[in-house]
Design a protein around this ligand. Sequence first.
Ligand code: ZN
Length: 449
Amino acid sequence: MVRPAVIRARWVLPIDAEPIQNGEVVVENDQIVEVRPVSSLPDSDVRNLGEAILIPGLVNTHAHLEYSFLRGYDEKTPLFPWIRHLVALKAQVPQDHWLPSAMMGAAELLASGVTFVADNSDTGVTAEAIARSGLRGRVYQEFFGIGEEASDEAILNRLSEQLETHQTTIQRFGAEGRVETGISPHAIYTVRDSLMKQIGGWAAQRNLALSLHASESYSEVALTRAGSGEFAQMFNERKIPYASPRVQPIEYLASTGVLGPKTQLVHCVRVEPLEINLMAKFQCAMAHCPRSNAKLLSGIAPLQEILRAGIPVGLGTDSAVSSGSLDFFEEIRCAAWLQRATRHTPKPAAKEWIEIATLGGARAMGLDSQIGSLTPGKKADLCAIRISRAAFGSAPDPFTALVFAAQAPDVILTMVNGQTLYEEGKWLTLEMDKLRAFPWQTPAEAFAD
Ligand SMILES: [Zn+2]
């Protein structure tokens, strides 16, 4: 029998219970078995983290890990030229780059205290990257389909094959139960109507979760409302017929049957009250990616209203190309600053932000019975943040310390299923020297205009 591990810290924040000053978490195999004030066990029998805050692992509800090495190569704005440029960059990337790029992304997440990632992957390599890294995650296989190149049937057949390949990969790395799959029709402007109308039923038959980029920009709203704007122009240029539904993006999605309790809507920057009602009615979840929305000049999602409607919300870093880094504390802090600066309210409070970053994200992913809080019976997914840096002061309020002062380099421990994956600057599952030494080829397109 494996001896239980006891992890002790100055603060333990279970999230679904009151913070414990001088607390400890008892882990047995892959589960949390007890969360309690410091016991009489001698230090030699425990892993004492000292001046640290122990919290559930952070839940990143939206990423594209495979693009990690492209960070800095696409600074175009706003969204439409950025996407166009990204497509041009992607066309130049040698195929052998995607996996190490995704693994670098996984490494960055682990070093930031993230234990779960929902990743929308075009190439599909993130199934392997997540499985190998030890992270918990969901890979939404992304697909596109607006041109004549492939029929709906061909696209769905390919999707089936990709999902089968992911299952094989997950088994090969013994990641069953830790890594799961879903699908992602990329967006309204990249997936045609006939395909969008089939995909809700297709996913339901297979019990698959869905993720879509939705209502990210004004251009997308212009497209669905009036058939105008940059995306409409792109359809024109490519001589692809597009019949504007003359409604808001989420209204359109509701009419296609793609919305439901297993559907995650990413961004929702431009949603109107009517669309928020639809999101609530269909029990969709939302991934809030404030840094990506800011960097691409998209705006700020109406989070106050979305939360008030009871919609499950998680935070997402999006890709390193659109947010600059996968430091999850930066995401939390940016989310908090933007709400304060633009909505003139301290809500959500620091405690609520940490809840959104953990249990809220888990709820948005439908995984809150397994992860998101330090609760006996849940998976031992957790992270610890050292608070000895001057910026933390005496850290009288650990939630405020995490939201306003913590950074990825303060993370000293990241654990998934009771396994230590990252500790004190070292990755235990990833060969960082090899990844760093990978002969990355700079895409020439990055320097053309
Ligand atoms: Zn995205």
